[in-house]
Design a protein around this ligand. Structure first.
Ligand SMILES: C[C@H](O)CC(=O)SCCNC(=O)CCNC(=O)[C@H](O)C(C)(C)COP(=O)(O)OP(=O)(O)OC[C@H]1O[C@@H](n2cnc3c(N)ncnc32)[C@H](O)[C@@H]1OP(=O)(O)O
Length: 723
């Protein structure tokens, strides 16, 4: 393991260079903070030191405070594990140091890293260095004085934007704004920084303490207006995230009562925020996202991903065109195959529309759009397949059709070719049954729209080779997806876990609960839309097809709703034909459609589930739990069956695939936080009242009895793992 330390070297020019050394990102771990204090104290007292340069080893200044410490605080509840950096190190030791301190910033300075640099008397950076305060994405606020110094260096409006959106800037912009004093080449960084520090020492340049500046803060009235607008914005975009509002309050404190008081308030509320559930959830997600790319026996056995230059996509429908779009946007040649010229033209037009919409939204330049489209070729036969590195089949969910395609492509493609299917539910062993290339067969389950949604579920069978899995992971990363490797079962990890989401909502409606209330409860919890809005959006045909697949696979725990068929019988098909649970009018938000209520009544009569024919009485909290605990219950079965490598993979997948709120840490993490026993006893009670749909799984019951978390790894799962 690389050594964690702070180095100091004093040159003959009288400049002490203090260097943070904690690869790979020079995180400010506790020993680093202690080391900085020690070296700064030494440099301050040594007679041969006239000025100080602070820098980071290995081309990166610092990625901020060590996030592992947050995790320790979350586990122990002991906030005293956080050292006093803000006042003791940044204000007293660095900013108030009589000897000038210059930050030599290379590569990146994020969070606490940038805050240290802002405590220095000047900042010199290399080109394209990333600068930002992303603490809000971890459920906290900047805690080393960043809420006070950034507004004083770049102005209030820009600082609020950078902190609330966790948006970093490049050093070039930082230089224009006044955050960076000069930009120099990497080779010159130390030389210029040393000279700059000496210049300050000899009064050729000003000795600036950021916290004492007020020139960029604007008038009190302007500041009030900026903060008011930011609060209104946060109410809309981050209603469940306390750190946004706290950050604005702390900034305001500094404006009203001065920078130092702002620093004191910042340090105080930081400690409360670290202990919040939001911070627990977001820090968990930070590490979970990094763990997901570590797949035992795949990424740890010395294999290297092969280069995938050309991919064939079979089927130009919604999924196929989305997948092709994602590939060409990352400079991968795509051959799009369809069965007729009409279908092919339709597919190509969809891809063009996808690319052009990115240009219209300003996310892609017209040049890049043209280049991407030039990577696409439409075909009607397999002649172009002889040199493809990967095929992704994206035709309709029809087993014989997929089997035929796989036997055909096996003959047409080179022997190294990866044979992937975008099925969202069908067993991969069935698809590949008639081929002899089963080690090359893999699932590439994209989420719709495939060129936008970030998750890629990589489905492996017992036969899929490690090399093929690694190759698809690499392609996934190249096209900017987060690949999660999962085992083969109906619905795989995400759709299987979430099938009870819409089913429990329907069950509740048939017990007498208002669907619009259900949607409201789910949206206020933080999902972008409730189950009925989602059903309107995806169309009722999809709901019926998917419902049937899960009813066939898991007949003991599915609810067959009569409502969707009734809606279709009444000429409704959701947003598609403008007639769903909601009314869709151009330019306004969907409104509940009262004319759907008689259809719901009819469906309730047919299902005859309401006890004594009367609607059940439930609180909003019960509605939320009846829906989401059913999902947790299936997540338990997914964990029990070893469909995912680790519980946190399912958390990331639930966030990226189903838009489960990241600040709740993902579905399993959230359930652990709510309490395993509470989830178990609630489901047990509902199963007694309303039937088997809610019956707690064996995994959940065992964990509740043993007092274990759902995320605790279990040795018995390892032996049954599908991975
Ligand atoms: C009091 C203060 O105000 C509070 C803070 O400073 S909180 C911290 C604020 N800083 C951040 O949020 C930055 C977090 N880090 C990142 O965004 C990215 O890691 C990065 C842009 C620095 C580098 O990205 P990239 O090169 O893709 O590498 P990435 O895989 O993310 O990270 C490399 C390793 O460093 C670790 N790491 C990155 N930043 C870290 C940090 N601040 N603390 C601890 N570990 C960190 C990662 O966990 C990963 O570890 P692994 O290899 O064991 O999985």
């Amino acid at each position: 393991m690389a050594e964690i330390r702070v180095n100091m070297e004093v040159g003959s020019d009288g400049v002490a260079v203090i260097e943070i050394c904690n690869p790979p990102v020079n995180a400010l771990a506790i020993p680093i903070i202690a080391g900085l204090k020690e070296k700064f104290d030494e440099a301050t007292t040594r007679g041969d030191v006239r000025a100080i340069v602070l820098t980071g080893k290995g081309g990166r200044f610092s990625g901020g405070f060590d996030i592992n410490v947050f995790q320790k605080v979350h586990k122990t509840g002991d906030v005293s594990l956080m050292p006093d950096v803000s006042v003791d190190l940044v204000v007293n030791t660095i900013e108030d140091c009589k000897k000038p301190v210059v930050a030599a910033v290379e590569g990146l300075a994020l969070g606490g890293g940038l805050e240290l640099a802002m405590g220095c008397h000047a900042r010199i950076a290399t080109p394209k260095t990333q600068l930002g305060l992303p603490e809000l994405t971890l459920g906290v606020i900047p805690g080393f004085g960043g809420t006070q110094r950034l507004p004083r260096l770049v102005g209030l409006s820009k600082a609020v934007q950078m902190m609330l959106l966790s948006k970093s800037i490049m050093s070039e912009e930082g230089n224009k704004l006044g955050l960076i004093d000069a930009i120099v080449s990497n080779g010159e960084l130390l030389k210029v920084s040393r000279q700059w520090a000496l210049d300050i020492a000899e009064k050729r340049r000003p000795y600036m303490r950021s916290l004492h500046r007020t020139d960029k803060l604007g008038s009190p009235a302007e500041a009030r207006e900026i903060l008011k607008t930011a609060r209104q914005q946060a109410k809309k975009t981050a209603p469940n995230m306390p750190q946004h509002f706290v950050c604005l309050d702390v900034i305001e404190e500094g404006i009203v009562r001065g920078g130092y008081n702002g620093v004191l308030k910042e340090a105080k509320v930081f400690k409360d925020l670290v202990l919040s559930d939001t911070s627990k959830g977001l820090v968990h997600v930070f590490f979970a996202q990094r763990a997901i790319s570590k797949v035992p026996h795949v990424t740890d056995i010395g294999l290297k991903p092969r280069h995938v230059k050309k991919v064939a996509v079979i089927g130009g429908g919604l999924m196929g065109s989305g997948i092709a779009t994602a590939l060409i946007l990352s400079n991968i040649h795509v051959v799009l195959k369809e069965i007729s010229p009409e279908y092919l033209l339709k597919g190509i037009k969809l891809i063009e529309a996808n690319v052009r919409s990115l240009v219209a939204k300003g996310k892609l330049t017209p040049d890049k759009a043209e280049r991407a489209l030039s990577m696409l070729k439409g075909v009607l036969d397999y002649s172009e397949f002889k040199d493809v590195d990967m095929v992704i089949e994206a035709v309709v969910e029809n087993i014989p059709l997929k089997q035929k395609i796989f036997t055909d492509i096996e003959k047409e493609c080179p022997s190294h070719c990866i044979l992937a299917t975008n099925t969202s539910t069908i067993d991969l062993n069935l698809i590949g049954e008639k081929t002899s290339s089963q080690d090359h067969i893999i699932g590439a389950h994209f989420f719709s729209p495939a060129h936008i949604m970030p998750l890629l579920e990589i489905v492996r069978t017992e036969k899929t080779s490690a090399q093929v899995i690694l190759d698809l992971m690499a392609v996934g990363k190249l096209i900017k997806k987060v690949p999660v490797v999962v085992g083969n079962c109906t619905g795989f990890a995400v759709n299987r876990t979430f099938f009870p989401y819409s089913q429990s909502a329907h069950l509740l409606v048939h017990l007498g609960v208002d669907p619009f209330r259900i949607d409201r409860v789910i949206s206020s919890f933080g999902l972008p839309m409730g189950p009925f809005t989602l059903q309107d959006l995806s169309g009722y045909g999809v709901a019926i097809a998917v419902g049937k697949i899960f009813t066939d696979a898991f007949p003991d725990r599915t609810f067959h709703t009569p409502l969707i068929e009734l809606l279709i019988k009444n000429g409704r098909n959701g947003k598609n034909n403008g007639k769903g649970y909601y009314i869709y009018e151009k330019g306004s938000n969907p409104k509940p459609d009262p004319s759907v209520l008689p259809i719901i009544e009819e469906s309730r009569r047919l299902a005859n589930l309401m006890p004594g024919g009367k609607p059940i009485s439930v609180t909003d909290q019960e509605i939320l739990e009846m829906i989401l605990f059913s999902v947790v219950n299936e997540a338990c079965r997914v964990l029990d069956d070893g469909v995912v490598v680790r519980a946190s993979d399912l958390d990331v997948a639930s966030i990226l695939g189903m838009s489960f709120p990241s600040y709740r840490g993902g579905i399993v993490f959230w359930a652990d936080l709510v309490g395993v026993n509470h989830v178990f006893t609630s489901l047990k009670k509902w199963s007694q009242l309303y039937g088997n749909f809610f019956k707690p799984s064996r995994y959940l019951e065992e964990r509740a009895e043993k007092g274990m978390l759902l995320s605790d790894p279990s040795p018995s799962t390892a032996s049954r793992s599908r991975l």
